[in-house]
Design a protein. Structure first.
Length: 202
C-alpha cells in the first residue's frame, strides 16, 4: 500500500499489509485407540476437545454413530472449524470386542481370534482352514484396513480328540499375537432305543 501527504503529494511511503487466516485450532482426541465391548453405548465426545487462540467456543463434529453390534474396527473422524475457516480433523480407532471374540491391540495393528470346536471328521489342519475356524482377523489401527493373519503355532492340532492351543500373528506386525483353543471331539454317542425290551410272540 502507498501513502502520500495531501499537501505534498510527492512525499510518499509504502507499507505492506499481511492478511492471515489466524491461528489454526488445536484438536485433541485422547486416547487415539479405544476398546469397547460389543453392544455397548459409547460417548464419542469423551477425551475430545478443541482450543483456538481467537475463538472461545468451538463446535466439534464427528462422523458417528459408532456401530457396536458387531466386533471389529471402526474409525471415527472428528472435525473442528474456527471463525476464520481453518479446519482441523483427527481420527480415533474404536476396537469392538466380546467375550467370544477377543482381540489383542498392538502398536499398529489389532488381531482377533476365537476358540472353536470341531468334530474329528471335520478337522482340517491347513492354515486357511484354521484361520477360518477361529475367525482370525487383523486390521491396521490407523485406517481400519484389513491386514494379513498367519498361523505361527498349531499346538499339534490334528484329528484326535483333545484340546490344542493355536497361535496367530499379524504378518505386518509379527509381535502382535493371539491364541485360540481348538477343541476336537469325537461327537456325541448315538442313542439306540429298543422299546419294549421284551416282546411276546405267538
Amino acid at each position: 500500500m502507498s501513502f502520500a501527504v495531501t499537501a505534498e503529494p510527492t512525499t510518499t511511503i509504502d507499507a505492506v499489509a499481511t492478511v492471515t487466516a489466524g491461528s489454526v485450532p488445536v484438536l485433541t482426541v485422547t486416547p487415539a485407540v479405544v476398546e469397547v465391548s460389543k453392544d455397548a453405548v459409547v460417548d464419542l465426545t469423551t477425551g475430545v476437545s478443541a482450543t483456538d487462540a481467537e475463538d472461545a467456543t468451538l463446535n466439534i463434529t464427528n462422523n458417528g454413530p459408532l456401530n457396536t453390534s458387531a466386533t471389529g474396527v471402526q474409525i471415527i473422524t472428528y472435525s473442528v472449524t474456527d471463525t476464520d475457516g481453518n479446519t482441523v480433523t483427527a481420527n480415533r480407532t474404536y476396537v469392538i470386542t466380546s467375550v467370544d471374540e477377543p482381540a489383542i491391540v498392538g502398536t499398529t495393528h489389532v488381531i482377533f481370534a476365537s476358540n472353536f470346536e470341531q468334530l474329528i471328521s471335520e478337522v482340517d489342519t491347513t492354515d486357511a482352514a484354521i484361520i477360518g475356524f477361529a475367525n482370525a482377523r487383523a486390521f491396521a489401527l490407523v485406517d481400519g484396513s484389513v491386514a494379513t493373519v498367519d498361523v505361527t503355532a498349531t499346538g499339534g492340532y490334528t484329528g484326535v480328540a483333545d484340546t490344542y492351543t493355536i497361535s496367530f500373528a499379524v504378518v505386518e506386525e509379527p509381535t502382535t499375537t493371539i491364541d485360540a483353543v481348538a477343541t476336537v471331539t469325537a461327537g456325541s454317542v448315538p442313542v439306540l432305543t429298543v422299546t419294549p425290551a421284551v416282546v411276546e410272540v405267538s
